[in-house]
Unconditional design. Sequence first.
Length: 340
Amino acid sequence: MKPIRFFCGLLAVLSMCLPGRAAAETLTFLGKSYCPVKYEITWPFSTNATKAAKQGTGIQANIYELPEGKKNEDKSATEMGSDMSRLRILSAPLKVGDKVDEDQILITYEMPLENLMAEKQALSRTELDDVEHALAYVESQLTALRQQQADLENLATGKSVAPIAVRMGARDIDALLMRRDYLREKYELAKQSYDNAIIIAKSKFGKDQDVHKLPRIGYIRSPASGYVLWTNYRLVPGMAFTKQASLISIGRLDPILIRASVHEIAAQKLKVGDPVSIVFHTLPGQTFHSTISKVDFVAQPAMLQQPSFYRIEITLPNSDLRIKEGMRCDVTVTVPDAAK
């Protein structure tokens, strides 16, 4: 009996030494909500965003926070390189929270007379028509010279015309051919310039606007669908902007992004697809569920002696727009503890 008891006791000790099932570890870190795409339209028509992709003349898409340091620079429109000395507002009917569609009019302003004349000059067909007429004249001359050259060659066979006359006729034809090729190239360039001016004018004044009857009104249109996030409090009818100023911000709120900086030890345990629970500080008692959509492989800048932090992103549906940009939250992730 003693050997059996000894053997059972040994088995019990060994079972205690064997690794058990990995326990779950709960990680909690601070996050903040961000619009996945944000557009800030400023006067002159540019943006302070440094990490941005161009969306057309003067408007850029920004998926990062805009720098705060340069927003209040006291620069005139002329110093900023604008061809308009002032921006006089005629209407700005939208308010924060309004939904906008792509190409929807956001702001209507008075077009300065000198700028209107410059727009009309760019849309003039004068140069294009001049080149077209010159090309038609050269074509008619070329037809006449070719017929004349054929007659000279017939006469030359009977020695009724001196050979030099035939050679001079051929040179005149070659010169006209060179002139025709030059005018054709000039016509193509003029046509491209005119077509581009039409496209630019329609983007400014509207797709249905007759560009040959431009009104003295300019429009600032939405670069994409979204919501009005912010408007300048001075953006009212009658206000004239002469210096650099932010006018309006448009952004997408559904879905919204949750970003967090995670310590390097915790970041090693996270991966795309891990389920998360989110509780916003302004919405206590309400828990939102989603999954991690991105884990950065490059750490955020830090001193050599400091630990590294990695950014993670979570995409969260926001159809009811309860979650606004900049709301802080606690993000909780449960991951297996591989160390146990």
